[in-house]
Write a new protein. Sequence first.
Length: 492
Amino acid sequence: NAMIKVETPTELNAHPLNDHEIQLVWEDNSLFEKGYIIQRRSDIISPWLEVAKLDANENTWIDETVRSYKSYAYRIKAFSENYESDFSNQISAKTEFPAPVNLKINSINNYSAKISWSDNYSYETDYIFQYVIKDQTDTITISLPASTNEYTLDDIDTDYIYKLVVKAKTEYNLSNPLTGNIGFSDTFSWIDMPSLTGNEVNSIEFSSDGSLMILGRDGNTCDIYNMDFWSLIESVEGSSSNASANVVDVDFAHDHPWLAVGTNLGLVRILNNDGWSEIDTLYLNAYPITACRFSMDDDYFALAQYKFIYLCSTSDWSFSSTLSEHTDQISDLEFSPNGSWLASGGSDDQIIIWSTDSWNDLYTLYDHSNPVTGLSFSPNSQFLVSGSSDGEIRVWSTSNWTESTLLSEETGPIKALAFSNNGNWLAAASGETGTIKIWSTDGWIEFPGLAGDNKAITALKYSPDDSHLIAALADGNVSIWNLEGAWTLIEN
């Protein structure tokens, strides 16, 4: 009648096998057991329940009744005809069904894109692919076979951003989702143009018909290029006789054959773009010209010197008004395309909006806490974007002028802002790093931009047909980026 002891199983371990199976392994320490009893519970307050009864000499078992992402605790004991061992150590485990990974996109054309991902499972039964126009609810769902790792989207619209969801599926569970947004963006390829190299470029401008590009440079030169071949047509002096002058800004009139060339010596030459003969010379004082712009109807010409804006009537090139609300140097001027406003920004951290009907100051915008370094109106005049020396980029709605949206905080001063002429894109250049960032104006979503090479950018402009983005560098080089439409992944 001696009692034969049944030894306790030891070293119980649990290993998830897939989304719905956990394998248990233990050490069989008894020579006389009749079998094993396995108990399980799903949390610390739940009772232990028997989930399996096994034969003798077993040392592994697979639980096929678990749910993904739910933790289970296990213990095991051996039994004989009359006795039971103590329970083994407790062990916990849970299965997971992680999301697919490595979402990628290959743009096929304006209305098609191939979406791909990594198939990192061996047990899925199929895939679920979903897409929907962002912020809408009409989700389209496609079921794909197991081991699928790509799907081609057709009939998508370049005017929209699409949200994508990819999930793997088994008989029991769905994986976590792989998500991403795609939108139609400009992609960029760099064109090497050694013929454009020269002194530092401070301003870029295009003729109204898109045939000419003007680069205003240090060294008293204004270089004029043919846009068809990027060939130099002529170099025009910014100041008729002073070689120490630098051309700081240039501007074409909209409906007249005039080119304004402003210099750091306070002089503006008005040239006829048919032969580049001088029409007039404007001079008030020796303060540097910091910006000069023609009004949208060409009736007025505005130039900024120190903290003043001087208005000149183009009927006789005489000065008619002085705008003097700024308290420090003005850095930029911009007329709104609808002709209603003139915006000015400067070192007093302020932006002033002037009425072009009365030339009264309508609004003063104070959200910047550092000098305003750049301004740009959207082509539809609905937005004004401003940049500052601390790297802030702000978007102002012209419907009320009372609120601004902080679009970005860069690491260096914003030296240039440029809207595409179709109004779909905004480009911004950090003056120190040479980085160009791109945003869609539909929701102000950031798209992949252009990595800088630590060369300061001094001016930035889209070509009139939006086929090129031109960036002028402080070392005198000019980068020309060829733009081709493509579908690309964008930030959520």
